[in-house]
Design a protein around this ligand. Structure first.
Ligand SMILES: Cc1cc2nc3c(=O)[nH]c(=O)nc-3n(C[C@H](O)[C@H](O)[C@H](O)COP(=O)(O)O)c2cc1C
Length: 188
């Protein structure tokens, strides 16, 4: 089976829910695992070894101040060791982010993930879900936020992780995880 490593940071537990939805979708077709980046941003040797052996790596972070959280950036900077040897070249890549505001500059976070993947020579998997933007659309519809790059979710600022993102955002994340797994399975 294809191997997918989902590597994410979550400060307050909202992005975890999105990561779990990506995992659920990816697990339909692949051997997928979640890796939480710790508070100090320093990840384990086990995580690096898993990423090196993966067919796809999915990046996740809340949007903090218009981009990925610094803990994710610490992981990304530390991945420069892999860049030197092109260790992640030709693996599939994807990304997801949760923010509090409907827009909230989430696109910057996704674009950062795309750039990181590009630097590593990875193949970015876009969301490929039609936006739910009609009069009848509700928060229960997949891709109600109308993204194209990766999976987006909104957890209102005063919501607990359990109350967090809408059912549609979770559906969107799940379908995205499955889509990444489809590509990874073809290549494995
Ligand atoms: C330091 C910080 C910066 C934030 N910056 C943004 C932002 O730029 N845009 C936004 O919409 N929400 C912003 N938020 C809200 C978070 O994105 C939102 O609460 C998210 O659900 C947190 O995810 P987490 O629980 O996984 O940490 C910020 C929150 C924090 C703590």
């Amino acid at each position: 089976m294809a191997r997918i490593e989902i590597i994410y940071f979550s400060g307050y537990g909202h992005t975890v829910k999105q990561a779990e939805a990506v995992l659920e979708g990816a697990s339909d077709l692949a051997d997928a695992r979640l890796w939480a980046i710790p508070e100090d941003g320093v990840v384990s040797d086990e995580l690096w070894e898993a990423a090196d052996a993966a067919d796809a790596i999915v990046f996740g972070s809340p949007t903090y101040m218009g981009n990925a959280a610094w803990q994710f950036k610490r992981f990304a900077d530390d991945s420069s060791k892999r860049w030197f040897t092109a260790a992640w070249a030709d693996k599939f890549a994807g990304g997801f982010t949760t923010s509090a505001s409907l827009v909230g500059d989430k696109g910057e976070t996704i674009n950062y993930f795309k750039t990181l993947a590009g630097q590593h020579g990875m193949l970015w998997v876009p969301l490929a879900q039609m936006p739910a933007n009609s009069l009848e659309s509700t928060a229960s519809d997949a891709n109600r936020l109308g993204g194209s790059g990766g999976a987006l979710a909104v957890a209102p600022a005063d919501a607990s992780p359990e109350q967090g993102a809408s059912a549609g955002d979770m559906t969107s994340a799940k379908a995205y995880g499955r889509r990444i797994a489809e590509f990874a399975a073809k290549a494995a």
